[in-house]
Design a protein around this ligand. Structure first.
Ligand code: AMP
Ligand code: ZN
Length: 462
């Protein structure tokens, strides 16, 4: 099965065909570097990293150009700099570095390009000039605005009608706008804020403009995939699309628009005002990066993801099982084999990671039961090939268990014990005795006894 991706613009899954299979282009809207990134921000970085790995494997590493920008011009950055009494560069350097470290801990590969907004001011100004010249933008009181009525396709990506956008306006109404839905391309900078010289006075770009200019500068006028969180569909991506198309004679910006669903905490939204934001930076101190990555991939990327400690514990248990298999096969040299077809076709189905994980589980069971060396070598090779595609199994199994930041040194709560017991029941059903015994051992180390009864397995603390 060929790769199919759900495209927000056409609202359907479509076969993926790059415009040029010698240069497959993908852009992901990256972080605004004013503070630590939370685990919700890690979701697009991780899920589109899997897509990046898949594209590299399909088309060849050197034929994929992936850009994820750094937004280093923004009101929140200005506010953080003022609060700290430092220049914006101090804030953006610090949090860019932290973002890179945090995502690296989740095995996120470095993109091929990491453009920064401050490095592309010339491109932004040139793009605005082209829009003015073509009659799609106008200057008013030091601002330059995009005239949404000048572009028939405005609203097509987010499936909104112009009149509804104005009626439900979260758009800023200002006297200098011709139409309340017109959005800012360039705005004046306050005297004490960072600003750049432009034909319209000292100012700074609007957020949407930053991405349009960076895409054009590093990838070109038309790209294969544009990705981001679903909150970006409107207004951010709608506006990027309008600017880019109108400055390129109506040429389509992206062939596929991909959007990930939101991550929320079980029982509610993660929000700064509620004081319950989970930062990547903190979570990686408590959990192995692969556990966080596994948890992030456990739901389909377009579905909502409920984040909880139980999810992390289950993810840890499952990864322990796979590392246990790899440890048992440590004296076998892995065969150089491709990713199994059944696994690949799950990923080809719009990156269906839950379906792909189910295939991985079956493979691990087979590997645990295998007794012939060549069979073991093939299965180990397949597991490692899957790991390379998913960004998992990068640790040596011995190290994984030794540096075990998970179950070994935690007080297990009931949900985690239930998950382990259920995993053991499944292993027994699969006649995977090695795995069943391993889980019993893990539990007994924590003074938990399992009793197998006719009606099922029960546990108690001893
Ligand atoms: P920001 O730095 O807020 O622009 O967000 C960076 C990326 O994270 C964007 O693609 C957002 O759509 C995405 N994002 C933010 N919050 C969440 C969340 N809770 N779940 C999933 N994605 C998110
Ligand atoms: Zn963007």
């Amino acid at each position: 099965m060929a790769l199919q991706l759900y495209d927000t613009y056409s609202r359907q899954k479509r076969d993926f065909h790059p415009a040029d299979d010698k240069r497959v282009t993908m852009y992901l809207c990256g972080p605004t570097v004013y503070s630590y990134a939370h685990i919700g921000n890690a979701r697009p970085a991780v899920v589109f990293d899997v897509l990046y790995r898949l594209l590299r494997q399909t088309y060849g590493t050197e034929h994929v150009a992936y850009a994820r920008n750094i937004t280093d011009v923004d009101d929140k950055i200005n506010a953080a700099a003022k609060e700290g009494g430092v220049s914006i560069g101090v804030i953006t350097d610090k949090f860019t570095k932290i973002y890179r470290e945090d995502t690296a801990a989740l095995n996120v590969l470095k993109p091929d390009f990491e453009p920064m907004a401050t490095g592309h001011m010339g491109h932004m100004i040139a793009l605005v000039e082209r829009l003015i010249e073509a009659g799609h933008a106008y200057e008013a009181e030091g601002h330059v605005l995009f005239d949404v009525t000048s572009f028939d396709g405005y609203g097509q990506l987010s499936n909104r009608k112009l009149k509804d956008m104005i009626a439900g306006a979260r758009v800023e109404v200002a006297s200098y706008k011709h139409n309340p839905a017109d959005f800012v391309l360039w705005k004046p900078a306050d005297e004490n804020d960072p600003g750049w010289k432009s034909p319209w006075g000292r100012g700074r770009p609007g957020w949407h403009l930053e991405c349009s200019a960076m895409i054009e500068a590093v990838l070109g006028t038309r790209i294969d995939i544009h990705a981001g969180g679903q909150d970006l569909i409107f207004p951010h991506h709608e506006n990027e699309r309008a600017q880019s198309m109108c400055s390129h004679d109506g040429k389509r910006l992206a062939n596929y628009w991909l959007h990930n669903g939101f991550l929320d905490l079980v029982g509610g939204k993660m929000s700064k005002s509620l004081g319950n934001v989970k930062l990547i930076h903190d979570l990686i101190k408590e959990w192995p990066g692969e556990v966080l990555r596994f948890a992030l991939l456990s739901a389909h990327y377009r579905a909502p993801l409920d984040w909880s400690t139980a999810l992390l514990e289950q993810s840890k248990t499952t990864l322990d099982r796979y590392y246990g298999t790899l440890r048992r096969l440590s004296d076998v040299t892995a065969a150089d084999v491709p990713v199994p077809e059944s696994f690949l076709s799950a990923l080809h189905d719009d990156l269906n990671t839950p379906k792909a994980f189910a295939k991985l589980s079956t493979l691990a069971t087979q590997a645990n039961k295998a007794d012939k060396t060549d069979e073991k070598a093939t299965l180990k090779g397949e597991m490692l090939a899957i790991g390379a595609l998913l960004g998992l199994f990068e640790e040596d199994p011995e190290t994984w268990f030794k540096s075990n930041k998970g179950l070994g040194d935690k007080d297990l709560d009931a949900a985690a014990i239930d998950a382990l017991v259920a995993a053991r029941v499944q292993a027994r059903a699969d006649k995977d005795w090695g795995e069943a015994d391993r889980i019993r051992d893990v539990l007994s180390e924590m003074n938990i006894v399992i009793e197998d009864k006719n009606e099922g397995s029960i546990w108690r603390r001893s």
